[in-house]
Design a protein around this ligand. Structure first.
Ligand SMILES: [Zn+2]
Length: 314
C-alpha cells in the first residue's frame, strides 16, 4: 500500500519536471524565432545565453551588416588588389578629399577637356613627391560611412566618358605607380576605336581599377523622362557588371545633370556614391550622391595642380 503511493508520487514528480523542462525549451526557441527577424542588436539583447557569439565590446566601428537597404557592401578587399588595401592603417578622418575630374589624356587636344600626356605625368610625379595617394571612389565612401582607414593625403582620380586613351595611356602609367583610379564608362559605348571595349574594361577592373557608370548613352538624367533616367541608371550598372564581373557602385551624372529624383533612383539602384561637376573638394556634408570635384583642364600641369590643392596642405 505505502509502496504504491510512493510510486505515484515519484511518477507525478517526474512528469511535472518533464513538463517544466519542455515549457522552458519552447519559450526560448520562440524567443529565438521572434528575435531573428528585426535587427542583429535586438537578437543579441534578447539572447543572454549566447554572449560569446554576440557582438564583441561596443566600438566606434559600425556593424558591417547594417548598410542601407539595396546597397550591396562587398568585401573591402574585393575592390582592389592587396597593394591598394589600407584596412590595417589607423583610422584618421579625412574630412575633405579632392576628387579630380579628367576626360581625355592625349597630346594635340582641340579643347579644354584634353590634358597632354606630359601634363598628366607631371601630376603623377607631384603625387609621388608630395606623399599623395590615389584611392578609388568606393574606398572614399567606405572611409566616410564604414570607418575604412585611408592613407595621409588621399586623392581620387576620376576619368569621365570611357575614352580609349584611358586604356592606352592612363592605365599603364597608373599600373607603373601601383595606383588605382575610378573610370566612369558609358555602357552603351563599347564599340569603335575611340572608346573602351568590354574586354578593356574587364582587364582594367581585374587589375584593381574601379569602373563606375556614366549611364548607357550619356543622357541628361535630370531632364529625361523619369522612366528613361531610371532605365539608364539601372541598365548601365547591370551591363558594366556583366562586362567586368565586379559590382558597380559608383556613378557620375552625365554633364553633371541631376536632381532629387535622380538621387533617389541612383540610391534605389544600389549605387553608393555619385559625383557631379560642381567645383570643390569633396566632403560627406555635400551628400554622398552629390559630391563636388576639381576639374582638370588643358594646360594644367603639376605646378598648377599643386596650387589648386594648396588649401588642403597637399
Ligand atoms: Zn560625360
Amino acid at each position: 500500500m505505502k509502496k504504491g503511493l510512493a510510486y505515484i508520487l515519484i511518477l507525478t514528480l517526474v512528469a511535472a519536471l518533464g513538463f517544466l523542462l519542455f515549457a522552458r525549451k519552447s519559450i526560448s526557441s520562440e524567443k529565438l524565432i521572434n528575435s531573428a527577424s528585426p535587427s542583429p542588436s535586438a537578437s543579441a539583447a534578447v539572447l543572454p545565453s549566447a554572449p560569446e557569439t554576440a557582438a564583441p565590446a561596443p566600438t566606434d566601428t559600425p556593424a558591417p551588416e547594417t548598410p542601407e537597404p539595396n546597397s550591396p557592401s562587398p568585401e573591402p578587399t574585393a575592390l582592389a588588389p592587396a597593394s591598394h588595401d589600407y584596412s590595417s592603417l589607423p583610422y584618421v578622418l579625412r574630412e575633405k578629399v579632392p576628387i579630380l575630374m579628367y576626360h581625355q589624356v592625349m597630346d594635340g587636344g582641340t579643347n579644354s577637356l584634353y590634358l597632354s600626356v606630359s601634363d598628366f605625368k607631371s601630376h603623377l610625379e607631384y603625387f609621388s613627391n608630395a606623399g599623395i595617394t590615389p584611392i578609388t571612389m568606393r574606398q572614399l565612401i567606405m572611409h566616410w560611412t564604414e570607418n575604412y582607414p585611408l592613407p595621409e593625403k588621399p586623392i581620387v582620380l576620376t576619368f569621365d566618358d570611357g575614352y580609349r586613351s584611358m586604356y592606352t595611356t592612363v592605365f599603364p602609367l597608373l599600373k607603373e605607380k601601383g595606383w588605382p583610379a575610378t573610370f566612369y564608362a558609358v555602357s552603351g559605348w563599347t564599340d569603335g576605336d575611340s572608346v573602351l571595349t568590354k574586354e578593356m574594361l574587364a582587364e582594367m577592373a581585374a587589375a584593381g581599377m574601379e569602373i563606375g557608370s556614366h549611364s548607357v548613352s550619356h543622357v541628361d538624367l535630370e531632364k529625361s523622362p523619369a522612366a528613361v533616367s531610371k532605365e539608364q541608371i539601372i541598365e548601365s550598372k547591370k551591363q558594366l557588371e556583366e562586362y567586368t564581373g565586379k559590382p558597380i557602385l559608383s556613378i557620375c551624372y552625365p554633364s553633371g545633370r541631376y536632381n532629387e529624383n535622380t538621387i533617389a533612383m541612383v540610391k534605389e539602384a544600389g549605387y553608393v556614391s555619385a559625383v557631379t561637376t560642381k567645383y570643390g573638394f569633396a566632403s560627406l556634408s555635400q551628400g554622398q550622391f552629390s559630391l563636388f570635384r576639381v576639374r582638370i583642364s588643358q594646360g594644367q600641369g603639376g605646378v598648377a595642380l599643386k596650387s589648386m590643392l594648396a588649401p588642403l596642405g597637399y
